[in-house]
Each structure stands twice: as C-alpha cells, then as structure tokens.
Design a protein. Structure first.
Length: 68
C-alpha cells in the first residue's frame, strides 16, 4: 500500500444528509444521503418544488398571453 492509499483509508468518508430546499417557498423538497469527505462542510441545495413550478408556469403563460 502506498502513501496515497493509506491517506484515503485514514481520511474516509461520512454519510451526510443534504436537504433540497425550494428557493421560492423555502419548503424542504427532498432529503438525500451523500458520501462526503470527512470534515468537509456542506450546505443545503436549492431548487423549485412542483407546486411553485406550477404557479410560476401559470403566471408566465398569463403574462405571455397579455403581451400578444
């Protein structure tokens, strides 16, 4: 075993839970478990929930109709 392989074994990974949060309504959309390097800082991930996507799609369609 070379030094790199020893370092990886010693460093290891952790299983961390990372939430996916809707940027519009701030509700948690999903939570997934990821393998992250030990001691690495993590933050939530952001997206859009189906409910907000539907609202935005509806309002965009109405806006497009008004502009025609």
């Amino acid at each position: 075993m070379n030094n790199t392989e020893k370092f990886i074994v010693q460093k290891g990974v952790e299983h961390k839970t990372i939430p996916l949060i809707c940027s519009w309504c701030r509700h948690i959309i999903n939570v997934k478990e990821w393998e992250i390097e030990r001691d690495k800082k993590i933050s939530p991930d952001f997206g859009i929930c189906p409910r907000c996507l539907k609202k935005i799609s509806r309002s965009n369609k109405q806006l497009c109709k008004r502009q025609m």
